[in-house]
Ligand binder design. Structure first.
Ligand SMILES: Cc1ncc(COP(=O)(O)O)c(C=O)c1O
Length: 394
């Protein structure tokens, strides 16, 4: 075989994503762009804040030629200092520039972290429903994954977590606000997870990381405080990006923040910097580092997403779909009206509405509908959702 057997297998396991994407293109060609209601993608629709464009313009006029050269692999010191200041303010913890490593988006951050901590055979626990790419990130970086399921409110099933955590567990990866369910993990859940981790560490004499993937941290609709993981587990690390909160997904800018009170953080950060370099990222994009350093107090207009959430959620509930109301991110994860979610997605496609089957997030019997689309797409999809439910119930 010309390509890696492992990659071939991984591509086959994720082939429905490609299939859906291709079918979407075909449908749009046949029926016209405006007649297909595509809720399958998570591409941020809200533009970056106005200040982003001003800063970009100012920086492009800068006479400082040195800023285009190689830099310390962790990123510009003054950028990391700005990020540290900003998350210290939010979390109340004393972050320093040295606790931060700038990365190529959240995806680059997670891969870099896994490369730094995993040996072959180590296990990472992920919570279903999960962002499908996690499996490949873990496998690419030597690890094996185990899946912990969730309860009916999409909170981790702690009994299940207790059962699967073991001597090979190296990390637990959480994602809140969650893609695809949109839920935010509560303080109580984090407290309980932390005590399960501590018990396992004691039982097996191991060290377990709690990693939080937080690209949607600022896209939240509830007034509750966002619980940061640092206070719940000492060996904790956040991987995040400005793909969603500043609408910069294509610019590939993110960072890793290591708990300032983790006693072995210097060794971990050295490993992260080495991995970032040798995975070929070398450093995060220079221009974007300098831009986001000046945008730490900014966020896209979350109200736009809130209105879209309400429009889709309220209408789907009215039509008769069953769905946990999300508090963040920009997805709904309703129950499929028939047990086979892939079949449901195909039926819905006949009405020219595109969503993603729950199986793609490790959770059969549900589907993900993304509402980061123009309002006409949400409005146009409703008739299809209605027709299909009527058809199924008739
Ligand atoms: C849960 C989750 N983690 C990570 C990523 C990757 O983010 P980035 O574009 O910053 O690499 C995404 C992107 O959609 C995501 O939904």
């Amino acid at each position: 075989m010309d390509i890696s057997k492992k990659v071939q297998e991984q591509m086959e396991n994720s082939s429905w994503i490609r299939r859906m994407f291709e079918q979407g293109i075909e449908l749009k060609k046949t029926h016209g762009e405006k007649n297909v209601f595509d809720l399958s993608l998570g591409n941020p629709i809200v533009n970056p804040p106005k200040k982003f464009f001003e800063i970009l313009r100012d920086l492009s006029n800068s006479k400082d030629k040195n800023v285009h050269k190689y830099m310390p692999n962790a990123g510009f010191y003054e950028v990391r200092e700005e990020i540290a200041k900003s998350i210290s303010k939010e979390s109340g913890l004393p972050f320093k520039a040295s606790d931060i490593v700038m990365t190529v988006g959240a995806a680059g951050a997670i891969n870099t972290l896994f490369r730094s901590i995993l040996d072959p055979g180590d296990e990472v626990i992920i919570i279903s429903p999960f962002f499908a790419e996690y499996i490949f990130y873990i496998e690419h970086q030597n690890g094996n994954y185990r899946i912990c399921d969730s309860d009916e409110n999409w909170m981790p099933n702690l009994k299940n977590l207790e059962n699967i955590i073991g001597e090979k567990t190296k990390a637990i990866l959480i994602n809140s606000p969650n893609n695809p369910s949109g839920v935010i993990y509560s303080k109580e859940i984090l407290e309980k997870m932390s005590s399960i981790i501590k018990n396992a560490e004691k039982k097996y004499s191991t060290s377990i990381y709690l990693i939080s993937d937080e690209p949607y941290r600022k896209i939240i609709y509830s007034n509750n405080d966002y619980p940061f993981i640092y206070q719940y587990h000492e060996r904790s690390v956040v991987a995040t990006s400005h793909s969603k909160d500043l609408g910069l997904a294509g610019e590939r800018i993110g960072y890793i923040a290591v708990n300032p009170s983790y006693n072995n953080k210097i060794k971990l950060i050295d490993a992260i910097i080495f991995s970032l370099r040798t995975l070929g990222f070398v450093n995060a994009p220079a221009l974007m580092q300098r831009v986001v350093a000046k945008l730490q107090d900014e966020v896209v207009d979350v109200n736009i997403y809130r209105k879209k959430r309400d429009l889709l959620y309220e209408n789907l509930i009215k039509i008769g779909y069953d769905c946990v109301k999300p508090d963040g991110a920009f997805y709904l994860f309703p129950k499929s009206p028939i047990p086979n979610d892939e079949e449901f997605v195909k039926i819905l496609q006949k009405e020219l509405v595109l969503v993603v089957p729950g199986i793609g997030f490790g959770t059969k019997g549900f589907f993900r509908a993304s509402y980061c689309v123009e309002d006409w797409v949400i409005e146009g999809s409703l008739d299809g959702f209605n027709q299909v439910l009527k058809q199924i119930n008739s």
